[in-house]
Design a protein around this ligand. Structure first.
Ligand SMILES: Cc1cc2nc3c(=O)[nH]c(=O)nc-3n(C[C@H](O)[C@H](O)[C@H](O)COP(=O)(O)OP(=O)(O)OC[C@H]3O[C@@H](n4cnc5c(N)ncnc54)[C@H](O)[C@@H]3O)c2cc1C
Ligand SMILES: NC(=O)c1ccc[n+]([C@@H]2O[C@H](COP(=O)([O-])OP(=O)(O)OC[C@H]3O[C@@H](n4cnc5c(N)ncnc54)[C@H](O)[C@@H]3O)[C@@H](O)[C@H]2O)c1
Length: 510
């Protein structure tokens, strides 16, 4: 048990891992990770989910092909093959990253334990962490067997306290579990565990109407599961533009069973199953009604939001300022605040402090923090304008900036112009025989400033990038539409036509 002094200590190996730049080569760094090395995006988030989205989309291809006169059939889906391909790739990256940090960099100390704050820039090793940490410890043990000596490992594990010149809290977030009887039963999953189940579940109940719920509902239904999505509100993805959320809710309802204004009141073991078979029953009730419907499921997926891990690092006890939702408060330079003032040399980034809970935002903040750590007298601000997001559901969705309602609230409805361009009314949309895709742009009619864009349909996450670029560089709607060529007849003409459909001043560009 020892105290070590380092120049930089980092809590969390997700986006925090990227802070170990060459600048630190001749200095000492400690990274604490309570769970699997590499954090949420790599191990249980963006990357594996999208690796499931693709096969699920392929499995659905016959539906689209039939519209175009091509007959195909999805013969079968090999869940285990998909799962093992995904995780053999991901686990190898996580393990290689961990090994590199732990063994190949002399100046970096990897502490595979949960830590908490103990003074302004000091950490104490707090214990083994959660279930992920158990997996990490097992992996540690097997790696020790494969070369590392026991004394090396003991020395590493013996760090009890870290004192740091500068400190970064990049501790991420974790799933919220609602208070539902039966929520602890085996077979009830979160996104942390559901991707590793052994069999493709025949029946899935999904609780929640947000990003994770809508992506997994599409994945499982695409791969052939019967999905029932239970949502408290009157539509899915309520934070999106009303029109797009409404269109998506209707489309999702055609692909899987969406129960709006309903909640899961209890989950119990399915007693009717014979021969030791396992299964669950979700008792689903409509808002304002007392009766429930028993819906059978092999698994229940809980996707009801994620809470910041500020409690796991002892942020409140350390006197750091917190937002009402538990996020650590930071200033525009990502400096952690205490009593409204920045704490010298202490930064936070990513889900533990960000309202966005998006990987590209965590990455941006990590670049800002990396700069500020290296240049404490030339601090840079993080930028949170024109932050886009996509929901990789079926159909895919993407958004940036203000919704039409937010724009009306912000500048007055009389100044807002919006255009909804259907994919189906463009040449590529004809080629696709598309009946669902829409691309909506919202702008200020006085000067053509683009305020937001909202898309649903094929490649929505790529199409919207043009608008992100225009917004980021201050290009008005008409200049964006007419100041450049658009390849004909590419799908991108949807965006061109949406921009041209706005009631905005026309510049000189033809
Ligand atoms: C299923 C899912 C799909 C997603 N898909 C997308 C997507 O498509 N696009 C997108 O932009 N975003 C997506 N996200 C969100 C994205 O994954 C997160 O915003 C991002 O990973 C946050 O990065 P981070 O570095 O803040 O935290 P993390 O990557 O979570 O890293 C934090 C690390 O800190 C560790 N830690 C916490 N407390 C302690 C402690 N006390 N001591 C030691 N270690 C600690 C944790 O174990 C964790 O490994 C998805 C999230 C989920 C769950
Ligand atoms: N493609 C992406 O970028 C992507 C994908 C997945 C996750 N994420 C990030 O992860 C975050 C978390 O995702 P999420 O889907 O868990 O959260 P979310 O905030 O998007 O959605 C939570 C949903 O759960 C519902 N809910 C909350 N409490 C409930 C309760 N007690 N009972 C029933 N329903 C309840 C909410 O009404 C909402 O529909 C997202 O906000 C997003 O930023 C991003």
């Amino acid at each position: 048990m020892s105290t070590i002094s380092v120049d930089l200590a980092i809590i969390g190996s997700g986006s925090g891992n990227s802070l170990v730049t060459p600048f630190w080569d001749d200095k000492r760094v400690a990274i604490a990770e309570q769970g699997v090395f590499g954090g949420t995006c790599l191990n249980v988030g963006c990357i594996p989910t999208k690796m499931y989205v693709r096969p699920a989309a392929l499995a659905r291809t016959p539906e689209e092909a039939a519209r175009l006169g091509v007959e195909m059939r999805t013969e079968s889906v090999d869940w285990r093959a998909i799962r093992d391909r995904i995780f053999s790739r991901i686990d190898a990256i996580s393990e290689a990253g961990e090994r590199y940090r732990a063994e190949e960099l002399d100046h970096v100390e990897l502490i595979s334990r949960r830590v908490r704050l103990d003074g302004p820039r000091a950490l104490v090793v707090d214990g083994p962490g959660g279930p992920d940490a158990r997996a990490a410890s097992e992996r540690d043990a097997s790696e020790r067997g494969a070369g590392e000596t026991g004394s090396d490992a003991d020395a590493r594990d013996a760090v009890a306290r870290v004192e740091a010149g500068q400190l970064v809290i990049a501790a991420g977030s974790r799933p919220v579990m609602p208070d539902i009887p039966g929520i602890d039963l085996p077979g009830v999953h979160t996104s942390d565990t559901v991707m590793r189940v052994d069999e493709l579940p025949a029946r899935v109940v999904v609780i929640g109407g947000g990003y994770i719920a809508c992506e997994f509902a599409a994945i499982f239904s695409g791969l052939g599961s019967q999905v029932v999505q239970v949502v408290r509100g009157d539509r899915l993805l309520r934070r999106l533009d009303d029109e797009i959320a409404g269109c998506f809710t209707a489309e999702a309802g055609r692909r899987w069973d969406v129960r709006l204004e309903c909640s899961v009141r209890a989950i119990r073991v399915d007693a009717a199953l014979a021969g030791g078979a396992s299964g669950l029953v979700a008792e689903v009730g409509r808002s304002g009604e007392t009766g429930t419907e028993a819906i059978r499921a092999d698994i229940v997926l809980v996707a009801t939001g994620r809470r910041p891990n500020s409690d796991l690092v002892g942020a409140a006890q350390a006197g750091l300022d917190l937002h009402d939702d538990g996020r650590i408060a930071v200033d525009e330079y990502q400096r952690v605040l205490s009593g409204g003032e920045p704490v010298e040399g202490v930064y936070a980034l990513g889900d533990v402090c960000s309202p966005f809970q998006l990987k590209h935002v965590a990455n941006h903040e990590a670049r800002v923090v990396a700069h500020n750590l290296e240049h404490p007298n030339e601090l840079r601000r993080s930028r949170h304008e024109a932050v886009p997001a996509a929901v990789f559901s079926d159909p895919e969705l993407a958004q940036v900036g203000l919704t039409e309602a937010e724009a009306a609230e912000s500048i007055g409805a009389e100044h807002v112009t919006a255009k909804v361009q259907r994919y189906g009314d463009t040449a590529y949309g004809w080629a696709m025989e598309d009946g669902t895709g829409v691309f909506k742009v919202v702008a200020d009619r006085r000067d053509g400033r683009i305020l937001g864009a909202h898309a649903m349909g094929y490649q929505a996450s790529n199409l919207i990038q043009v608008v992100v670029m225009a917004m980021s560089f201050g290009v008005d709607a008409h200049t964006a539409a007419r100041g450049q060529y658009w390849i004909h007849p590419a799908l991108m003409e949807v965006v061109e036509n949406a921009l041209l459909g706005l009631d905005v001043p026309r510049g000189d560009a033809l």
